[in-house]
Design a protein around this ligand. Structure first.
Ligand code: GTP
Ligand code: SPV
Ligand code: MN
Length: 579
């Protein structure tokens, strides 16, 4: 125990010797510590107080305008062998990356406080959880980590007991995009991030640890670290099925995780329970089922579009004790974004609102809030054993071709569906928006190793005795000729989840097509919905000619992972082509 504390202390000492802060503060995660940090940030202007009558405990942070999203082109996986990072990652030699980062960190905290932030990803007493320590010079990072993770004394005690943890070093640096890098050293369980204060680049417990580093640990140890929400669907009889769903960034995970059932379902007694909205760690239990935990303790959610219509649960969650980043404000100092009633007077950059400058809130403006504030927060989210998963869902923004829902024939076909995923890019990462790209399992920015090896790891769960979840693919984003969405989405997505549960329980027959099993139109409960019949036809249509092109494109994409593409996956692809 003493030695693991020593290991932590000597890493902190070495880091302080390099970064040369004026002081070092070990964070305990207490309310008093949080309050003091908020005071200090209000004084420095890092935080702006919002209307405390309407939004008690809510503050606004405006980031540097050049630092508003993840930077995939500046994110590297530093494995000793370049081939292990795969074509899906940017790679740098570990020694070169350390040298580059150490030069940036040299003296970078002079005159400032260096915070030591111990955290636990997952329930503090769960064997599935993993710990880390983030060293940062950003108080904004500290208060966000406190909401997003189990941060402080309890995590530090677990680290001292276990003796191992992920070492994350972060500095906001000069916020110069030329001097911004997010480096991962999976073999050393280490992360170095410099030059950005934005969530996914700076809150190292989240994407850097819980996905990129954890995906390595998961592969070695026989589990899965995924970019998935976890939601519980309780039927009127009181039975709950848990579903995990992987959609790319800003493609609907938070919304599905907090879904409010349509009126008719509510009357019947259907309930929806939120377990997680972004990351899911799953492993086989003794009964052969996959059990999942949400490693996070909060939501770092997309603000624009969040409204009383689209996501009332999220809106209720963020009415108090929330940090808003890059939203606009109204005349009476309430947070505002596109999709809310009322109007902004000040935009996300603090300028007087002028529509010719673009949206008032940044399209990737976010809220940070404790999961406990969500009205549908599941008590099972604190269960050390996790929840058993009945279905895994893949999906993306596909304006055409991909049907509303289809089921894979078996696990291997499901892995192919996940590997073949494509989606239009969003504002969650810098770069063009609305461009279709492949994003296997929604992990393109987050899988810390070669996608070929990752697909093989997924396939490896199909073993004798395994009771694996059924796998589905959905598309809420299919558009008609007029450019409008064909499917209403949001709460009405429960209609699709219900069909999945019917399939899992063996009650719906479906229609078998070469690309998967689709619902028979009558199997979808559509009462109370004014969906034109032509829309339903289109949503459930399999256009075989267009699919041939898609299958060719999938085949060419999978070839990129040769020679590590598993033969079973290539074989499955061939099988679909020939059906
Ligand atoms: P990250 O936090 O970036 O990983 O994203 P996320 O997947 O949690 O995204 P989120 O749920 O916040 O979705 C963001 C966008 O998707 C918003 O613009 C929503 O309005 C839109 N969206 C979510 N669900 C639906 C849906 O069912 N239909 C349609 N049309 N849009 C949706
Ligand atoms: C995403 O981009 O997928 C997010 C937001 O969930 S961030 O944590 O900033 O990466
Ligand atoms: Mn995400």
């Amino acid at each position: 125990m003493a030695s693991s504390l020593q290991a932590l202390e000597s890493w902190v000492d070495d880091t302080a010797a390099r970064t040369r802060p004026a002081r070092v503060q070990w964070c305990d995660g207490s309310d008093a510590e949080y309050a003091a940090l908020v005071e200090q940030m209000l004084a420095s202007g890092d935080l702006i107080e919002l209307n405390q009558q309407t939004h008690p405990g809510c503050y606004l942070h405006r980031s540097n305008p050049s630092d508003v999203a993840r930077v995939e082109h500046l994110t590297f996986v530093c494995t000793p062998d370049a081939a292990d990072a795969g074509p899906n990652n940017h790679w740098m030699d570990p020694a070169e990356a350390h040298a580059k980062m150490d030069a940036l960190f040299d003296g970078c905290m002079e005159g400032r406080t260096m915070y030591v932030v111990p955290y636990c990803m997952g329930p503090i007493d769960s064997p599935l959880s993993r710990c880390g320590v983030e060293i940062t010079d950003s108080p904004y990072v500290v208060i966000n980590m406190r909401t997003m993770t189990r941060m402080g004394a309890a995590a530090q005690a677990r680290i001292e007991r276990e003796g191992h943890f992920v070492k994350g070093l972060h500095s906001t640096g000069e916020l110069d995009p030329e001097r911004r890098f997010i480096m991962h050293f999976p073999d050393e369980l280490a992360i170095k991030s410099y030059g950005s204060g934005y969530g996914g680049n700076a809150l190292l417990g989240k994407k850097c640890h819980a996905l990129r580093i954890a995906s390595h640990q998961a592969r070695r140890e026989g589990w899965l670290a995924e970019h998935m929400l976890i939601v519980g669907i309780e039927n009127p009889a009181g039975d709950t099925h848990y579903i995990a769903a992987a959609f790319p960034s800003a493609c609907g995970k938070t919304n599905l995780a907090m879904l409010i059932p349509p009126e008719g379902y509510r009357r019947e007694g259907w309930k929806v329970w939120t377990v997680g909205d972004d990351i899911c760690w799953m492993r086989p239990g003794e009964d052969g089922r996959l059990y999942a935990i949400n490693p996070e303790a909060g939501f770092f959610g997309v603000a624009p579009g969040t409204s009383a219509n689209s996501n009332p649960n999220a809106l209720a969650s963020i009415a108090r004790d929330t940090i808003f980043t890059n939203v606009a404000v109204t005349a009476d100092n309430q947070p505002w974004w596109e999709g809310l009633p009322g109007e902004p007077v000040t935009d996300w950059q603090g300028r007087s609102y002028d529509p010719s400058n673009g949206p008032a809130a940044h399209p990737n403006a976010r809220f940070t809030v404790s999961a406990r504030q969500c009205p549908t927060w599941s008590e099972k989210a604190e269960d050390a054993r996790g929840v058993p998963i009945s279905a895994i869902v893949f999906g993306g923004r596909r304006p055409s071709l991909l049907p509303l829902v289809m089921q894979a024939r078996d696990w291997t076909h499901g892995v192919l569906m996940g590997a073949a995923m494509g989606s239009e890019t969003t504002a969650a990462a810098t770069g063009a928006v609305g461009v279709l790209r492949r994003d296997s399992m929604a992990m393109k920015p987050f899988c810390g190793y070669h996608y070929g090896d990752y697909f093989a790891h997924w396939l490896s769960f199909d073993q004798p005795g395994a009771k694996l979840p059924a796998i589905f693919h959905v598309n809420w984003f299919r558009k008609g000729a007029d450019g409008r969405f064909l499917w209403p989405g949001f709460g009405d997505n429960l209609r699709v989840l219900e069909w999945m549960i019917e399939r899992v329980e063996g009650r719906a027959r479906g229609t078998t097509t070469p690309v998967g099993i689709l619902p028979q139109p009558a199997e979808l409960r559509l009462e109370g919905l004014s969906l034109p019949a032509a829309h339903l036809d289109e949503l459930l249509r399999v256009d075989e000619a267009a699919w041939q092109d898609e299958l060719d494109a999938i085949g060419a994409y999978l070839e990129e992972f040769s020679p590590r593409l598993p033969a079973a996956l290539a074989g499955e692809q061939q099988r679909v082509v020939e059906m």
